[in-house]
Design a binder for this molecule. Structure first.
Ligand code: TEU
Length: 577
């Protein structure tokens, strides 16, 4: 099944200790980046034709969302073969060429590693369906609940709700048992308790490192060690409990991560490792990123992207208003907790989250560009490694689809079906989707103002946002004042000023409802950032920030000034004299 790659594609890349601390990572979501063959889906040859764009932006690393063989139930996060490329994205040779071509340009590449689960079409799972197979124990197979008819409502081994709606257990007629899937029924969870499973995964990771990749973004990695498989107490009006309560941050998580690190030489080879960790806390993140523990470099927390979820809600689609003090407080807590031990990742959005400018900024035409720039300034001035999600550097916005027909994302479609089945109003459901659906981030990359935004010559798999006519890469590259050039300058600043990488972080005005202000300090270098996170003008209280006399502006949204008056979404970074 696995085709043997040609060794000539491997380029040796220098990876100094802690190189990832001064790096900026750019996430490519393959289905939506660039289509080379007119099938409406992005592919690796499409990426190859846009590498100079990444060079121009100045990013250091590409994180490639999955391109492995997959039935695409969850757009590639359901993997049927870890060691080959899905034909819709190209070939293994194309991927080797990508690795070599980014390396040639001084850019590193990090692969998505989805090992909490496989596809149900992976050979391991197909084999494990046979109760007599040696692979049976590679997944979480359990008998029906005693006293219930197998396959009937209530016969599931526990009352857990999958992340994509419905029970987290699927009945398999053939083997007469249930298997666990925390996501879709086509994403069965691997049993990490079994040492053979872990060995097979480490071997596969080594195979990729030998092919020249520079690290891994580890999908839901804090779900690999489960707690006990027992029932939870459902909230009033519910029959099930969210499965992550029983599967996040389990007792063997640190042990498994340390074992993986040693078996693959993650630290020894200076690979970048970032663990996606829904339900992680400051405590779990500190343990996982403490260099002494040899687990991960950094984690993706979900805390700041959960602040606009209703506290009593059962999913992210139960909306609540977000306040600036709450957002600042959360980021500040992570900054302080990981100041001396561990390291932060910094992100506003990715392929699972709404577009940053629509969620945290103001995407109306008069404020879109400035709010996108100001959000970027805030992100890049925190301490940690910034992640840019494709199109964020253009200030791309949410989709605002008006009908369920336009959506493709399994989480959105399942939520819609389940919510309507329990009697929720269709308008409310569509509203929640327009705010939170993952498809907001997945509309095709807007390259230029030609048809389908220059993404494809065919029909795009997900409609292009109609605002591509004005919001697109070609136009922004031309305009020195664009969101793109603002991101480019932020990246340049990070490379030129070690205070941005290593400086101590201090939040100012924590309770202010409009202003985000902070300082970064390294020896005698002091940076001050002031930002207006509102669509009304504001005056920064002079006694709340360091004296700016003699300060030099490093980057500003509206022009260089020492004034404390800020226009809507105006922000400035100063270096004190
Ligand atoms: O996401 C994990 C995750 O918990 C959420 O981001 C999830 O997508 C959902 O929005 C929860 O409400 C990762 C991947 O990033 C995502 O694309 C995959 O669908 C998921 O794991 C399963 O592999």
């Amino acid at each position: 099944m696995t085709s043997e790659p040609t060794q000539s594609a491997v380029v040796t890349v220098d990876r100094p200790t802690d190189w990832w601390k001064s790096a900026v990572v750019y996430q490519i979501y393959p289905p939506s980046f660039a289509d080379s063959n007119g099938d409406g889906l992005g592919d690796i040859p499409g990426m190859l034709s846009h590498l100079d764009y990444l060079v121009q932006l100045g990013v250091d690393v590409v994180w490639l969302s999955p391109v492995y063989v997959s039935p695409m139930d969850d757009n590639g996060y359901d993997i049927a073969n870890y060691q080959d490329v899905d034909p819709i994205f190209g070939t293994l040779e194309d991927l080797e060429r990508l690795i070599a071509d980014v390396h040639e340009r001084g850019i590193k590449i990090v692969m998505d590693l989805v090992v909490n689960h496989t596809s149900d079409e992976h050979a391991w799972f197909v084999e494990s369906r046979d109760p007599a197979s040696p692979k049976r124990d590679w997944y979480w197979w359990r008998p029906p609940r005693p006293g219930f008819q197998p396959g009937s409502e209530g016969a599931e081994p526990t009352n857990w709700e999958a992340a994509f709606s419905g029970s987290a257990w699927e009945f398999d007629e053939r083997s007469g048992g249930y298997y666990l899937h925390l996501f879709s029924r086509k994403q069965p969870d691997l049993n990490w308790e079994n040492p053979q499973v872990r060995r097979a995964i480490y071997d596969m990771m080594n195979w990729w490192v030998d092919r020249g990749v520079d690290g891994f973004r580890m999908d839901v990695i804090n779900l690999i060690s489960k707690h006990e498989l027992v029932d939870g107490v459902p909230a009033p009006g519910r029959t099930r409990v969210p499965c992550f309560l029983f599967t996040a941050n389990g007792p063997r998580l640190d042990e498994f991560l340390a074992e993986m690190n040693a078996a693959v030489g993650l630290d020894a080879r200076n690979l970048l490792t970032v663990g996606e960790m829904p339900g992680s806390t400051i405590e779990t993140a500190r343990r996982a990123t403490d260099p002494a523990n040899h687990e991960l470099n950094m984690v993706f927390t979900f805390e700041h992207v959960s602040l606009d979820m209703h506290p009593e809600g059962s999913s992210k689609f139960d909306l609540a208003p977000l306040t600036l003090p709450a957002l600042k407080k959360n980021l500040n807590e992570w900054q302080l907790a990981l100041a001396d031990v561990g390291w932060n990742s910094l992100y506003w959005d990715n392929h699972d989250q709404p577009r940053a400018v629509s969620r945290f900024g103001d995407d109306r035409p008069e404020h879109r560009a400035n709010s996108a720039k100001t959000l970027a300034t805030i992100q890049h001035m925190h301490k940690g490694t910034p992640y840019i999600y494709q199109g964020e550097e253009l200030g791309m916005t949410n989709t605002y689809f008006s009908s369920i027909e336009h959506y493709r994302d399994i989480e959105s479609l399942n939520y819609h079906a389940t919510a309507l089945s329990i009697g929720m109003e269709v308008e409310a459901v569509l509203h929640s989707l327009s705010v939170k659906s993952r498809d907001n981030a997945r509309t095709p990359m807007q390259w230029d103002d030609t048809s389908h935004a220059g993404f494809t010559d065919g029909i795009p798999w997900l409609p292009v946002n109609p605002n591509y006519v004005t919001i697109n890469a070609a136009a922004e590259i031309e305009d020195q004042n664009s969101v793109f050039h603002h991101f480019r300058k932020l990246i340049e600043l990070r490379h030129d000023h070690s205070v941005i990488v290593h400086g101590r972080f201090e939040l100012l005005l924590p309770d202010h409802e409009q202003i985000w202000a902070l300082t970064r300090t390294l020896d005698d270098q002091v940076l001050v950032m002031i930002a207006n996170c509102s669509s009304e003008p504001v005056r920064v209280p002079s006694d709340a920030i360091p004296d700016l006399t003699g300060a030099q502006v490093l980057l500003a949204t509206h022009g260089e000034s020492l004034s404390l008056e800020l226009e809507p979404w105006e922000s400035r970074i100063y270096v004190l004299g």
